[in-house]
Each structure stands twice: as structure tokens, then as C-alpha cells.
Design a protein around this ligand. Structure first.
Ligand code: PBG
Ligand code: ZN
Length: 332
């Protein structure tokens, strides 16, 4: 017997622009984007970061102007990275009430209130003279001693008024410790976005130039994930959720889409992806050399990170993307 069936023609879905739009499943909105800002203590005027064309170390007195620009572009959220004047062995500037991040958060909250979601990166590497993400003894990072400092940093950011703290250190038990500390001090409304699956990656090197946070010896492989692992990444995410993370982040994004997708499927917690410095700089470099079309590539990259499962995307491309939308570019 001959089976009868109609000819399925997939190209019917793609016949013209209106139909293609009709069937799109994924959209990027500027409201899903988080813009990273480097804020440098003692700086008068912003300075461009050599390895990240178009990205600057910002000064406190230019910060409001920068945020006004973001709000006009419908970008409503930033993540702050502090660059302190002074470093020491325990990173004391990181939890100084008058540290650069604490000052920046207070200033932003006074000026913009709930118009802007302020997220703060919680780590030690920009603040320690050895450049590691924790307290060092005999060449090793001490996990539990570091937790005490991390929770002090998170508390100082909450006191300054931040909405979300984002621990990026990858110490064991930091989410639990930070949650407890915030709650004990009346900051139960401050959310935790944990860098849950953060891989030891060479894609961070422009960031380390930008923030002067390269380790003076050794590397970050004893705490950040090995990029050849999957199950460990999922366990890290599971643990952070159990410890109280409100949002879990995967980092980097592009070479880690499988992890984003698995985390999205497995857990019922909002997922963020960090489209990191090296991923940004590769696109910028190729575009400056005329090898690619920056706008088209960035639209594709951000859409595909969403398609993989990210609810939120931290990206240095945010402002450019938002500008293209404002200029009437056909994003959808
Ligand atoms: C600090 C931190 C890093 C990044 C975010 N927070 C660098 C690192 O782990 O060395 C990287 C961000 C980027 O590359 O854009 N721990
Ligand atoms: Zn760090």
C-alpha cells in the first residue's frame, strides 16, 4: 500500500519578512539587558579601555550622565565593578563604607531611585594586592575566611542601597553566608544573583586589564569551573539555588550555550548569562578590521543567547544594541 501524505514545505514559513516575523520565537528587549560599568576611584574624566574599544572606566562625577543616557535608551539595569585606589592583602577597600562602589550606589539611588536596578559585583580580586578572589595563606585561597569578607562586602553594598548583589568569587557556601548576613541586618529584600556556573576562562582577560585584577601568581582554577565539565556546573547551580540564590548566572555565554540551555531546562530560577569582555572584544576587533558587520553579529549573538535560555543578559553591547533599536532598526 502506498502511504499518502502531503508534501511538507518548510520554506512556506520563510516566504517573506512578515511571515518570518510571524513565526519568531525569541526576542531581545533592552529591558532584559544589564550594562556593566567600571567605576574608578579618584578619576576625573572617563578613560577608554585599550582592550575594550567603546568601553570606559567611569568617574563618579560622570556616572549620572552615563545613567541618564542608559535610561533614555530603555536600559534599566547596570552591574558595577569598582576599581579602588588602594589595594591590600585582604581587600579592605571592598567593604569600606566610603569605597568607590558604595559611593556610586548611594549617588545613583539618590538620583534615580527605583528607575534603575543597581547590581554590584561582590569579589575581592580588584581589591587585593595579590589579585586573588580570596584571602591567601601559604599560596592558597582560604575558603571560609573569605566568606566572612564577602559577606561584609555584600552587606556594605546593601547598606548603600543596591538592589541585587552578585557574588563572583566561586567560593563554596558564599550564597548561604551572604543571605544570612543580609537577612540578619534587615536586608531581606536585596536579591542575590550568583555567578553560579563561572568557568575559568581566557575570555576574561580584557576585563582584567580594565579592572587591574590579574592574579600576581597562579590562576583561578582552584575555584572557577573547569571548562571541560558539565555535571559540576549543574551541581554548582543546584547548590546556589539551595543556598538562596534568586537568579543564577552562567559565564561566559557564547561557548557555554549548552550549559545555559541545560540550566534553563532543569531549574525554575531565572537565568542570567554574562556575555563577557573577551566575547565583546573579539566582535569589536573583527568589526574594526572590517571583517564582520558588527550590528548584524551583535543582534544574532544576543538573540541566540536568549534562545539558549537566558532571561537576562549582561553585555557590553547593550548600549549599541539599544541605539540601533532607537534608530528604528528592525530587531524583530
Ligand atoms: C571578578 C570578575 C571577573 C569578571 C566578572 N567579575 C573577572 C575574573 O574572574 O577574573 C569577568 C567579566 C568579564 O570578563 O567581562 N571575579
Ligand atoms: Zn574575583
Amino acid at each position: 500500500m502506498v502511504e499518502m501524505f502531503p508534501t511538507i514545505r518548510m520554506r512556506r514559513y520563510r516566504k517573506n519578512e512578515i511571515l518570518r516575523r510571524f513565526f519568531k520565537e525569541v526576542y531581545v528587549s533592552t529591558y532584559d539587558l544589564i550594562y556593566p560599568i567600571f567605576i574608578k576611584e579618584g578619576l576625573e574624566r572617563k578613560e577608554e579601555i585599550k582592550t575594550m574599544p567603546g568601553i570606559y572606566r567611569m568617574s563618579l562625577n560622570e556616572l549620572n550622565k552615563e545613567v541618564e543616557e542608559l535610561l533614555e535608551l530603555d536600559i534599566r539595569s547596570i552591574i558595577l565593578f569598582g576599581i579602588p585606589k588602594h589595594k591590600d592583602s585582604i581587600g579592605s577597600e571592598a567593604f569600606n563604607k566610603n569605597g568607590i562602589v558604595q559611593k556610586a550606589v548611594r549617588q545613583l539611588k539618590e538620583n534615580f531611585g527605583d528607575e534603575l536596578i543597581v547590581i554590584t559585583d561582590v569579589c575581592l580580586c580588584q581589591y587585593t594586592d595579590h589579585g586573588h578572589c580570596g584571602i591567601i595563606k601559604d599560596g592558597k585561597i582560604l575558603n571560609d575566611k573569605t566568606l566572612e569578607i564577602l559577606s561584609k562586602i555584600a552587606l556594605s553594598h546593601a547598606e548603600a542601597g543596591c538592589d541585587i548583589v552578585a557574588p563572583s568569587d566561586m567560593m563554596d557556601g558564599r550564597v548561604k553566608k551572604i543571605r544570612e548576613t543580609l537577612d540578619e541586618n534587615g536586608y531581606e529584600d536585596v536579591m542575590i544573583m550568583s555567578y553560579a556556573a563561572k568557568f575559568a576562562s581566557s575570555f576574561y582577560s580584557p576585563f582584567r586589564d580594565a579592572a587591574y585584577s590579574k592574579p600576581k601568581f597562579g590562576d583561578r582554577k582552584t575555584h572557577q569551573l573547569d571548562y571541560a565539565t558539565i555535571k559540576q556546573a549543574l551541581r554548582e547551580v543546584e547548590l546556589d539555588i539551595k543556598e538562596g540564590a534568586d537568579i543564577v548566572m552562567i559565564k561566559p555565554a557564547l561557548a557555554y550555550m549548552d550549559i545555559i540551555s541545560k540550566v534553563k531546562e532543569k531549574f525554575n530560577v531565572p537565568v542570567a548569562a554574562f556575555n563577557v569582555s573577551g566575547e565583546y572584544s573579539m566582535v569589536k576587533a573583527a568589526s574594526i578590521l572590517g571583517m564582520i558587520d558588527e550590528k548584524q553579529i551583535v543582534k544574532e549573538i544576543l538573540t541566540c543567547i536568549k534562545r539558549a535560555g537566558a532571561d537576562l543578559i549582561i553585555t557590553y553591547h547593550a548600549k549599541n544594541f539599544a541605539r540601533w533599536i532607537k534608530e528604528g532598526d528592525d530587531i524583530r
